[in-house]
Design a protein around this ligand. Structure first.
Ligand SMILES: [Ca+2]
Length: 193
């Protein structure tokens, strides 16, 4: 009897742990980088091991790749990007949404956008620079958050602007939950609903 109780307790704890790990917010929008609606000639979809769907985006500097999706409500939408950076010369991108205010805005971007940039400690799976590993990034510095102030619900057009060739981009998440940490929750892994 006691053994059965212990087994029940262990199973309950495992279920609670499982629920705690699967904490992708209900409002999370997941976009695959390969699902672009507009792809210029200086950007390409590549086969990439470890990428969701086996595919990722590699965009040359200033290549603008466009996506369309529905935003259910206005407000601040926090952005996370799953990326793979071969080196410090290939570890960044710009991202923007038509009609939305990026925060923080990067004045150097060719269209209104914010910058995502690898920093030491971004990945939970490496102790130093976040290179040669898939991980989720949300800004310029370790622990940084970035968001778009969206004015209205409905059809939205998002764009990724290449900044350094060789930066692989797998998935993009948008959520209004500013406390959600995709990298810690998914441990660098791909997102799925
Ligand atoms: Ca992908």
């Amino acid at each position: 009897m006691r053994k059965l109780l212990m087994l029940g307790l262990v199973l309950s704890l495992l279920m609670v742990a499982n629920l705690a790990m699967a904490a992708l917010p209900d409002d999370a929008i997941i976009i695959e980088a390969e699902d672009a609606v507009k792809m210029p000639s200086n950007a390409k979809i590549v086969e990439a091991e470890g990428a969701s769907g086996g595919k990722a985006l590699d965009a040359d500097p200033n290549a603008i790749v466009e996506y369309e999706f529905e935003i259910p409500s206005p407000g601040n939408w926090y952005v996370w990007v799953r990326m793979f950076c071969p080196s410090g010369d290939a570890d960044s991108l710009y991202i923007g949404i038509d009609g939305a205010t990026p925060n923080p805005e990067d004045a150097k971007a060719p269209r209104r956008a914010l910058r995502i940039y690898s920093a030491a400690g971004d990945s939970v799976n490496t102790s130093g620079e976040s290179w040669n590993v898939w991980y989720w990034d949300a800004g310029m510095e370790k622990g940084a958050r970035s968001y778009f102030r969206v004015r209205r619900a409905g059809k939205a057009k998002m764009y990724i602007i290449g900044r350094e060739s060789g930066t692989l981009i797998d998935q993009i998440i948008l959520t209004k939950d500013k406390d959600y940490n995709t990298e810690q929750d998914l441990q660098g892994g791909p997102a799925a609903k």
